[in-house]
Design a protein around this ligand. Structure first.
Ligand code: ATP
Ligand code: MG
Length: 298
């Protein structure tokens, strides 16, 4: 298959999950178990397609790096055990580590709490020519903080600023921030790995039963399940308010890991392909330098 056709295929696989306008967005229009009619017997083929995709991704990233103008920010959000880490690991496996930066955002430190909520993420934005990955992000400040309002109070915000409007204000700030990034040459793609409550339970039980996975289990994560519906509401509101044409969300079905990875890889390929990347052309001086160097070497 030609590169052009791979790129077309990537668009086709990722498009059904792309949300580039929030109006009327409902999570219930998506199914965590969706595989676009691919069956489990298609899994080997899907894995092959993923491998091809990863090779193409590496090629595009090489151009991104050489051109050194655009940068790409990929944001991953999800409930626990939805497979963020695995998706990041697989999709980025073919990429030159020099051109890629991953940051994980946990509960904020004292220093981080001493600043506005975008600050710690702002410091970690990808340089030109790089792909930056956020494993969680400033979106947590509209998710976990919304579900557990007491965190908001502990965040040392002046209390006059904690009003009913705070979530709308944050969404507006985020939209503006992402627009600002776009205008400065950073494109943003956001992924919500949408796992079902049942599948999460299965994965937690596996973490308990399998000694090699014990380390991954945290009873705090299991406790958060109690807030499932509140989280889903917060995710829905977040996507409805921050999905834009320039910075779309992808609601990626996450009950089947092989399919999640396929969709994420396809969306990243689509994003890079949209940039019309090219290797920089060298000027006449450089061409002369090259031919002189060749003579010398021969
Ligand atoms: P792992 O797979 O290792 O568990 P993780 O991303 O779940 O990865 P944790 O060490 O569990 O990492 O830490 C993430 C926790 O930090 C989550 O519960 C998340 O809700 C919380 N967190 C992230 N950002 C914020 C924030 N801005 N305010 C409060 N809590 C946050
Ligand atoms: Mg965790």
């Amino acid at each position: 298959m030609k590169k052009k056709d791979y790129i077309k295929r990537a668009k086709k696989i990722s498009k059904p999950f792309r949300v580039d306008g929030g109006k009327g967005f409902k999570l219930k229009h998506f199914d965590p178990d969706d595989t676009l009619n691919l069956k489990s017997e298609d899994k080997p083929k899907a894995k092959e397609a993923l491998q091809d995709g990863i090779e193409l991704l590496a090629e595009l990233q090489d151009m991104l790096y050489a051109q050194d103008r655009w940068s790409v920010l990929l944001i991953f959000q999800a409930m626990d055990a939805a497979g963020k880490d695995g998706a990041i690991k697989h999709v980025m496996s073919g990429i030159n580590p020099q051109g890629c930066q991953v940051f994980s955002f946990k509960a904020p430190s004292r220093e981080e709490l001493d600043h506005d909520f975008l600050w710690r993420c702002m410091k970690s934005l990808p340089e030109r020519g790089r792909i930056g990955i956020f494993n969680r992000s400033y979106y947590e400040d509209t998710l976990v903080v919304r579900v557990h309002r007491e965190i908001l109070v502990n965040k040392r915000l002046p209390k006059e600023l904690i009003t009913k409007k705070i979530w709308d204000e944050r969404f507006q700030d985020i939209r503006n921030f992402e627009k600002y990034l776009n205008r400065n040459g950073t494109i943003v793609r956001k992924f919500f790995l949408y796992v079902s409550k049942d599948e999460q339970k299965k994965r937690f039980l596996e973490r308990i039963d399998n000694p090699e996975k014990n380390w991954k289990f945290s009873s705090a994560d299991a406790k958060e399940r109690g807030h499932w519906d509140e989280y889903m509401n917060a995710y829905e509101e977040m996507i409805r308010n921050t999905a834009t044409k320039d910075s779309p969300w992808y609601v990626v079905p996450a009950d089947n890991k092989w399919f999640t990875r396929l969709v994420v890889a396809a969306a990243v390929i689509d994003a890079l392909a949209s940039l019309n990347l090219e290797y920089p052309e060298v000027g006449e001086d450089k061409l002369k330098e090259l031919s002189e160097a060749k003579k010398l070497l021969q």
